[in-house]
Design a protein around this ligand. Structure first.
Ligand SMILES: *[C@@H]1O[C@H](CO)[C@@H](O)[C@H](O)[C@H]1NC(C)=O
Ligand SMILES: *[C@@H]1O[C@H](CO)[C@@H](O)[C@H](O)[C@H]1NC(C)=O
Ligand SMILES: *[C@@H]1O[C@H](CO)[C@@H](O)[C@H](O)[C@H]1NC(C)=O
Ligand SMILES: *[C@@H]1O[C@H](CO)[C@@H](O)[C@H](O)[C@H]1NC(C)=O
Ligand SMILES: *[C@@H]1O[C@H](CO)[C@@H](O)[C@H](O)[C@H]1NC(C)=O
Length: 474
């Protein structure tokens, strides 16, 4: 009757689970209610960004039509079958509890994207990635403020807040949302706006995964001709002896609305050896960009790959991070200040891990720094539950390897770096952006000052705790 039973059924047929379709009465009766574009598959194979602590479901339902999401959730809730929504499959936290009793509802085929006539609004479905939306905007002579990794689903990132290179001008992704098409935990569909349901809107914009399944959204867009839709960016490579100078310059640099930057510790693509890479971003000309980032450029990079490039290539420098598979148990720290002594410790820890584990040579410390010029101002109306609008930099330690035998060392490595940075973060208490967090943090570190209100709302909007795979509030 339930998922367990169709798994047993599949096993009895003696065929590889990944190649067989589910044959239980639950799956069969569900299948007859769904469009022919939606498929149900028993699985052993669910490709995600990180294999570490990845959910291993009993079945994957790949949605072909948006309307089917509500039907699947209604049926799953009725039969008490746990479910997890997956779009890009990039979520790396270890909070998933889904096992073979549960299902993954795979949204990745829902990619419809439509602009209104004057290109001031875009509506897209849950499977649209940053790349999908950016490419569509480019083709429409428009700019949508999406996030920095091409493979991540826009809504996946947005429901946790949604950082963006251009957030200094346009605000966080949640600040660009106009309306959400939501399915609740019982499978009832509703359209939610800040006006129609301010309380639920507040909860969805920062803690979305706990409050509803968003199947599509309408978002702000800015019409702008392709020829004007450009920015100055590119990699600067520094010798590690300049590390303290670079960190101090970042700490002292106020990121104006048009500015954003990343700093990486990663293998230099040219030499394969650990290097300090900086990726400045300026929404404007090269001339002004160089002025704004002069304090970093003046330190003297070994190589300067910056240039003015079009909007549809801004994320390209990060494409290597999108590679799926491998084990990547990641850790994060939200930073208001960048301390050179702490970062020297981080560098030493990073190079030691890199040198001792040749299979972990893609291991990266990625730190993204954003202008808070617009985000720190409270947004109009009811606001949102995202608690860290005044954070400048988000450090993420990404150990990257394949052997589970390296897990304990990798976890220790990530925790050591998190503790070096936490001591000098400049925040009143340790803070972790939900989309970057590991899963072992106290909830107050994830939800900040929004926690107690979110926990109250959870009792109202998901009393049966069905939406409980991503940093569950209850
Ligand atoms: C599984 O279902 C899909 C979609 O309904 C179908 O195309 C495929 O042939 C099925 N595979 C098997 C092994 O029955
Ligand atoms: C664009 O069209 C929308 C309706 O789709 C309208 O509300 C808005 O005022 C228009 N904006 C401009 C700048 O023309
Ligand atoms: C595009 O850029 C050109 C040249 O800098 C400028 O003259 C024009 O006003 C810009 N157009 C828009 C719509 O921003
Ligand atoms: C990492 O090691 C593999 C296997 O030795 C090698 O093929 C690859 O080029 C290395 N990658 C980097 C970034 O050095
Ligand atoms: C789902 O249905 C149950 C039983 O009727 C009800 O107690 C619960 O509040 C409903 N949940 C939502 C999110 O409406």
């Amino acid at each position: 009757m339930h998922v367990k039973q169709f798994l047993i059924g599949a096993a009895l047929f003696g065929i590889s689970l990944s190649a067989s379709n589910c044959t239980s009465s639950w799956a069969n009766s569900l299948k007859s209610k769904l469009s022919s574009k939606t498929s149900i598959q028993c699985t052993g194979d669910n490709q995600r960004w990180s294999d570490y602590a990845a959910p291993v479901p009993g079945a994957i339902i790949t949605i072909g039509e948006e309307n089917d999401v509500a039907k699947v959730i209604a049926a799953a809730s009725k039969a008490n079958i746990p479910f997890l929504i997956q779009s890009g499959g990039n979520g790396w936290a270890d909070t998933f509890t889904l096992d073979s009793n549960g299902i993954i509802i795979d949204m990745s085929n829902l990619k419809t994207i439509t602009f209104n006539k004057n290109k001031t609004q875009v509506t897209f479905q849950a499977g649209a990635t940053n790349k999908d939306v950016i490419d569509a905007a480019w083709d429409n002579n428009a700019r949508v403020s999406a996030s920095t990794c091409n493979c991540v689903s826009v809504l996946g990132a947005t429901l946790g807040g949604g950082l963006s290179r251009t957030q200094g001008v346009y605000g966080l992704n949640i600040d660009n949302l106009l309306s959400l098409n939501v399915v609740d935990a019982n499978g009832t569909k509703k359209t939610v706006t800040a006006k129609s349901n301010p309380e639920l809107w507040w909860a969805l914009t920062g803690a979305g995964a706990n409050f509803g399944v968003v199947t599509s959204a309408t978002y702000k867009s800015t019409p702008i001709p392709q020829a004007n839709n450009t920015a100055w960016t590119g990699l600067l490579i520094f010798d590690e002896s300049k590390l303290e100078d670079v960190i101090t310059a970042i700490d002292e640099l106020t990121l104006e609305p048009e500015m954003q930057m990343d700093i990486y510790f990663t293998a230099n693509p040219a030499t394969g050896l650990p290097a300090v890479l900086v990726l400045p971003f300026y929404l404007g000309s090269e001339e002004v960009g160089r002025e704004k980032f002069a304090s970093i450029l003046d330190i003297g990079p070994l190589a300067d790959g910056t240039e003015v490039i079009p909007y549809n290539t801004w994320n390209s420098a990060g494409d290597a991070f999108c590679t799926q598979g491998g084990r990547k148990p990641s850790y994060t720290t939200a930073l208001k200040t960048m301390d050179p002594t702490a970062w020297r410790n981080v560098w030493d820890e990073y190079t030691a891990f890199f040198d001792q584990n040749s299979e972990a040579n893609l291991t990266t410390i990625l730190t993204e720094c954003y202008s808070t010029a617009k985000t720190a101002k409270s947004v109009t109306g009811t606001g949102s539950s995202y608690p860290f609008r005044d954070i400048k930099c988000y450090a993420i330690t990404i150990p990257w390897y394949t052997s589970p035998s390296l897990d304990s060392e990798a976890l220790q490595f990530g925790q050591n770096i998190r503790s070096y940075l936490a001591d000098t973060a400049g925040t009143s208490s340790p803070s972790s952006y939900i989309n970057f967090a590991h899963g072992d943090e106290p909830l107050s570190q994830i939800y900040g000052s929004s926690l107690s209100k979110l926990q109250k709302l959870k009792l109202k909007y998901d009393p049966q705790k069905r939406l409980n795979q991503w940093f569950p509030l209850s």
